[in-house]
Design a protein around this ligand. Structure first.
Ligand SMILES: [Ca+2]
Ligand SMILES: [Ca+2]
Ligand SMILES: [Ca+2]
Ligand SMILES: [Ca+2]
Length: 739
């Protein structure tokens, strides 16, 4: 092993020599030694005097420290030929008590041209501790320094490593970690915890204690849980010196975590200094430290920033909450935040949030609105810091129809106790009158009550007319009714309507009495007559009044007195009820023609008689007997007077006075006589005329045709006279009795 190293150094030495030869040097002694060689030995650029017996670091004659068990030290010296002549070198030797600890590993050239140089290399590889001294001798043909020698020395060393933790020794090869020397790390949290121990490496030996790069390693089951730090390798610790390094434990699991620290060094007896370390990995059992969370306020809504808590393992832990953000509920909300370290440990913290809207909605500017008839405002809106768009409310009822100016107060309430109002002015002005309607004339008989007419208005719609005229109208003729149409907004229109009343219907009379006959005694010849008065109705007049000629209870004289009730409806229409009151005496004078047809007979058996010629209604003087035979045919009545009261009979016809009798040879007869009604005539002379007369002288029948039969079946039983006239102008009266 050492041989191989020396060979490589030897090769290097030659190359180095050639380099120095090639570049040469400038020597100050050239002029002094022209033509002859002159040796000079140099170390580290410093001349080493021939015979120098005091090794010195400056010229590399002091080789310094060198471990006795590892490596060696080499020094290169230069042999200069300061003269112009060639220097021929002889043997190069190392001598002295410790010559065996030194060796020449690169030899110089055997000849050195003038003003050039060559080099050689010496290795120091001590075999034991202590100062090792030797002498190097260079033999040459230099005229005055043929034996050029100088002393060298070096220190054989062996560092002694020792490691301490916590001021206590750690035995090399220790397998029992202990807290006292910090090979036991104690409990350390797996999650995040680390424990760093510092160890001191000291060198109590000679020479430098050298730890090469990568010289401190970790092995063992859980070596990956530990890291080495606090030291920069390689490092050389001088004798008596020390240095420190750290081992940091970061357990990746719970329980005992074992590893071994290995320090590879140049201590010949403890080339690997190792010891066991141990950590107790701890699970996390500590909840995050809940923070104190300040109260947060806002007017409308708030989304809380997520708070954090510090956890021994998880570090900064963000809170979580079931509260839904943003919080918009007015008032106080307590948000509970939970901080979970992910290792089964959690804590909570409450945070008070106060949402308090104190800002009223923005007062909007509302435009004035005008219209003719009515206005229904559209609902305005405004904005609020919290509620956003807010629509207004009002107590005003729409549509607004009131003429003039109405101020509508809109209320905007944000629902959070804040509100404002804004006014809006509405002006309604109707200047249009209702339409004037054309009203038709109305006609009637008695009365008219008009139905109020209507018209239309731009605002009021249908407007019904009013009038000062009092209904019903009953005045006959034409009445002009003036109707007023008022739209209620100060605008009116008028229209007239003619009402024409014309009553053309007469009153109607009911219960008009019939002829009233009163028979009075002869005492006063008058009668108090009463009757139920007629009644009247009229299409127009409710109680039409009568004008009567007589009233019930009036005194009526003998005779026939017409009574009239005249009723007038006041409208030019009238009706009349007329009847007779007949007052007759109970004398009841009756004059009848006697059986001869030539006299008249009064039926009365008492009183006095006075006959009257009906032709002149003159009293016939002296004719005062019950029976009167007038001197000529004619009509006669009798006035019977009794107790100062008179009664005059109906006139009776006397027809047989002075009648020419038939000739003896003419025979005219009627048979059967009496008969039940049918009588047959027989005559020897043709007849040209026949008259049938009753007892009162009234002529019932007159015939001019040939007749042989007289039919009285339809007459009452009694006595009748048949007066016949022949073609010879003879007359005969036959008396017929119907039974
Ligand atoms: Ca924790
Ligand atoms: Ca508000
Ligand atoms: Ca109007
Ligand atoms: Ca009438």
């Amino acid at each position: 092993m050492k041989f191989l190293l020396l060979s490589s150094l030897l090769l290097f030495s030659y190359v180095s020599s050639f380099a120095e030869l090639e570049f040469g040097r400038s020597f100050s002694k050239n002029n002094l030694f022209a033509g002859i060689p002159e040796i000079n030995v140099v170390g580290n650029g410093v001349s080493i005097s021939d015979g120098d017996m005091t090794p010195d670091v400056s010229d590399l004659t002091d080789f310094g420290n060198q471990s006795i068990c590892a490596g060696f030290t080499t020094v290169t010296f230069t042999i200069e030929n300061l003269g112009s002549g060639t220097l021929n070198l002889g043997t190069l030797t190392i001598s002295g008590v410790d010559a065996a600890d030194f060796s020449i590993v690169v030899f110089p050239s055997s000849t050195v041209s003038g003003n050039t140089s060559t080099t050689f290399q010496v290795a120091f590889n001590p075999s034991s501790i202590g100062l090792k001294s030797a002498l190097i001798t260079v033999n040459s043909d230099d005229s005055d320094e043929a034996v050029y020698d100088f002393a060298i020395h070096g220190m054989g060393t062996d560092p002694e490593i020792n490691v301490q933790g916590n001021g206590n020794n750690i035995i090399d090869g220790s397998a029992t970690p202990s807290g006292s020397n910090h090979t036991g790390f104690g409990p350390v949290l797996v999650c995040i915890g680390t424990n760093t121990r510092t160890y001191t490496i000291s060198n109590s030996g000679t020479g430098n204690l050298v730890i090469q790069a990568g010289g401190i390693t970790l092995t063992g089951t859980h070596a990956f849980d530990y890291t080495i730090g606090g030291i920069s390798l390689p490092i050389s610790i001088p004798s008596g010196g020390n240095t420190t390094f750290t081992v940091t434990s970061d357990p990746s699991g719970t329980g005992n975590r074992l590893a071994t620290v290995n320090i590879a060094n140049n201590d010949c007896s403890e080339a690997v200094y190792d010891f066991a370390i141990q950590t107790n990995g701890q699970a996390d059992a500590t909840a995050p430290v809940a923070p104190a969370l300040g109260m947060m306020t806002s007017e409308c809504s708030l989304t809380l920033p997520v708070p954090t808590a510090n956890d021994n393992c998880a570090g900064v832990v963000s809170g979580t909450t079931s509260t839904v953000f943003p919080i918009t509920t007015q008032g106080t909300t307590v948000v509970t935040w939970t901080f979970n370290d992910g290792n089964g440990n959690s804590s909570t913290a409450n945070q008070t949030v106060i949402i308090d809207d104190v800002t009223a909605p923005v007062a909007p500017t509302l435009p004035d609105v005008t219209d003719v008839c009515s206005v229904t405002l559209s609902t305005p809106s405004t904005t609020d810091n919290c509620a956003g768009t807010i629509t207004g409310t009002t107590s005003t009822v729409f549509p607004i129809t009131a003429q003039g100016t109405t101020t509508v107060i809109w209320l905007f309430d944000d629902g959070n106790g804040n509100s404002i109002t804004s006014n809006q002015t509405v002006t309604i002005a109707d200047t249009t009158s209702p339409l004037v309607p054309a009203l038709a004339d109305v006609t009637g008989e008695c009365s008219v009550t008009l139905t109020a007419p209507s018209t239309t208005d731009n605002c009021a719609g249908v407007v019904t007319g009013t009038t000062s005229t009092v209904f019903p109208i009953t005045a006959q003729g034409t009445t002009t009714v003036t109707w007023l149409f008022d739209d209620g907004n100060g605008n009116t229109a008028t229209a007239t309507q003619a009402v024409i009343l014309a009553d053309s219907i007469d009153p109607v009379i009911s219960n008009c009495p019939p002829t009233i006959t009163e028979i009075v005694n002869s005492a006063n010849c008058s009668a108090v007559v009463s009757w139920t008065e007629p009644s009247a109705t009229d299409n127009c007049s409710a109680n039409p009044s009568f004008i009567a000629t007589h009233n019930p209870g009036a005194v009526f004289p003998l005779g026939t007195i017409p009574v009239t009730y005249t009723v007038d409806d006041g409208n030019g229409n009238s009706a009349v009820c007329a009847f007779d009151v007949v007052v007759v005496s109970n004398l009841n004078a009756i004059a009848t023609v006697d059986a001869s047809g030539a006299g008249v007979l009064a039926n009365n058996s008492s009183g006095t008689y006075q006959w009257i010629n009906c032709a002149t209604m003159a009293v016939i003087p002296g004719a005062t007997a019950q029976t009167y035979f007038p001197p000529a045919n004619g009509n006669y009545a009798v006035m019977v007077t009794e107790n100062g009261c008179s009664d005059t009979s109906v006139c009776a016809n006397v027809f047989a006075v002075g009648v020419q009798e038939l000739a003896e040879n003419s025979v005219i007869a009627a048979f059967p006589n009496p008969s039940s009604g049918l009588f047959y005539l027989s005559s020897s002379i043709p007849l040209e005329k026949l008259e049938l007369i009753d007892l009162s002288g009234k002529r019932l029948l007159e015939e001019t045709q040939i007749f042989t039969q007289i039919d009285l079946t339809k007459l009452q039983n009694g006595v009748y006279f048949v007066r016949v006239k022949t073609i010879d102008n003879e007359e005969k009266t036959l008396r017929l009795v119907k039974e």
